[in-house]
Design a protein around this ligand. Structure first.
Ligand SMILES: NC(=O)c1ccc[n+]([C@@H]2O[C@H](COP(=O)([O-])OP(=O)(O)OC[C@H]3O[C@@H](n4cnc5c(N)ncnc54)[C@H](O)[C@@H]3O)[C@@H](O)[C@H]2O)c1
Length: 417
């Protein structure tokens, strides 16, 4: 019986991975190139990433390149269990299960580190953090790492500034092909997808409050507006706030937005963006979702304190908090990443670019990593350009090439108007 269930899970995971791979022509082509060139031969990689079908395609490419790979989840709720089961067939040591508690989540990261990595891949800096605090005996063996998200880069830059970071890390997040597409289009679409799957709410005519107008926030705002919502933006950066205002969004203080909003999305990378004072004045039925990396943007403890009753699971990924006066606030995904918990994360076509940059960055680190001093590095520009070029080629789109004259014009200060 158990075996049947397992083999069904594996088959479901394989179908899901196959479906994702169809939308990932660049990473698939890189996997084929890696299989021929074996740029990662003999390397041990410990990865802490969302265990999704797209990650499985990346793991396949790394394995094809010759690496031995161990994978833990970068979020306790985002693991696709069928994919985790199927990954065993790729010969990847997977330590992840959806819905585990905090202690198990960290134990899984330790198990992935047990591989004794040469290279680490992280999404949010939890693995790198554990390496520098609890697994320091492994640090000498680590040549380099990659970081996938904004929050992770912020933590790494702080480590580097304090002289605590012990190896070079490439900021995959900061490539143009990641930030412009993954953070904006990926988070934009999948966050709205998560809210709709969880609540089936009609967004047309609703007031959607987006906290944070960075790369992700503008994607969420654009998609919500596209579905007919009135979008209110809250910011702390005057330039971003001005940009939002000139794009036609209603920019307000959270204090003012709180009683007006029907749906709230936090995507700031900061903590306590929605606090008790905001929760206390929200409308009956207000929906609270977070798309920022950690579950600290909505003060869930304050929500707990305000509530006289909590109904868990009134809908998938939806908990209803009943306040003393009978108002109900709906918290999605326990305040964790709504797009990865209530939906399936970014569409594969978007992850094709982020993970192709990641795979090329790993190959680059395998060649150059030992020469680099500890610190946070940009992905080489040629990696960014190559990912975009391959993606355009897969879509059959060509771009113009500079003429010799144009090249000279752009690079010479002697040539005037
Ligand atoms: N859900 C996903 O799949 C996904 C994908 C990529 C990144 N992320 C995460 O989303 C978060 C944002 O990433 P980004 O690339 O948009 O970062 P970003 O730096 O481009 O944008 C964050 C914005 O939030 C603003 N901000 C900070 N504190 C605020 C506050 N208290 N109130 C209102 N605005 C505030 C900042 O001024 C900034 O404009 C990070 O935690 C990142 O790791 C999530």
């Amino acid at each position: 019986m158990g075996r049947d269930v397992d083999s069904e899970l594996v088959a479901a995971g394989e179908r899901r991975i196959g479906w994702a791979a169809r939308a990932m022509p660049v990473l698939t082509a890189l996997g084929e190139r890696f299989a021929a060139e074996r740029p990662l031969d003999g390397l041990r990689i410990a990865a802490c990433l969302h265990v999704t079908a797209e990650t499985a395609v990346l793991m396949g490419a790394l394995r094809a390149g010759g690496a031995e790979v161990a994978l833990a989840a970068s979020n306790p709720l985002s693991t696709q269990d069928d994919v985790a089961a199927a990954l065993a067939g790729y010969d990847v040591a997977v330590h992840a299960l959806a819905g585990v508690d905090r202690a198990t989540y960290y134990r899984h990261i330790h198990r992935a580190l047990d591989i004794g990595p040469d290279i680490v891949l992280d999404d949010g800096c939890d693995l790198v953090n554990i390496l520098h605090t609890e697994r320091t005996e492994l640090l000498d063996g680590v040549t380099a790492g990659c970081e996938e998200t904004t929050t992770g880069i912020i933590r790494l830059r702080q480590m580097a500034a304090e002289g605590a970071l012990r190896f070079p890390v490439v900021a995959v997040n900061d490539t143009r092909t990641k930030r412009m597409f993954d953070n904006r289009y990926g988070t934009g679409q999948s966050t709205i997808d998560g809210i709709m799957r969880a609540t089936n709410t009609l967004l047309a005519g609703k007031t959607v409050v987006v906290a944070g107008f960075g790369y992700c926030g503008r994607g969420v705002a654009e998609r919500a507006r596209g579905l007919g919502a009135r979008v209110v933006v809250t910011e702390i950066d005057p330039v971003k706030a001005l940009d939002a205002s000139l794009q036609g969004y209603d920019v307000r203080l959270m204090r003012e937005a709180a009683p007006a909003g029907d749906v709230f999305v936090t995507v700031t990378g900061n903590r306590d963006v929605i606090r008790g004072e905001h929760l206390a004045v929200m409308k009956d039925g207000a929906i609270l979702a977070n798309a920022g990396h950690f579950d600290v943007e909505i003060d869930v403890r304050a929500l707990d304190d305000l509530a006289v009753d909590v109904h868990h699971g009134v809908r998938p990924s939806t908990d209803e908090y009943v306040l003393a006066d009978g108002r109900r606030l709906l918290l999605l995904a326990e305040g964790r990443l709504v797009n990865l918990t209530a939906a399936e994360g970014h569409p594969a076509a978007v992850m094709d670019m982020s993970f192709s940059a990641q795979a090329l960055a790993v190959a680059w680190l395998a060649r150059e990593g030992a020469e680099l001093a500890p610190g946070v590095y940009d992905v080489p520009e040629e990696v960014d350009v190559e990912v975009a070029r391959l993606r355009l080629a897969a879509a059959g789109i060509e771009v113009d090439v500079l003429t010799g004259e144009q090249e000279r014009y752009l690079h010479s200060w002697r040539l005037g108007s």
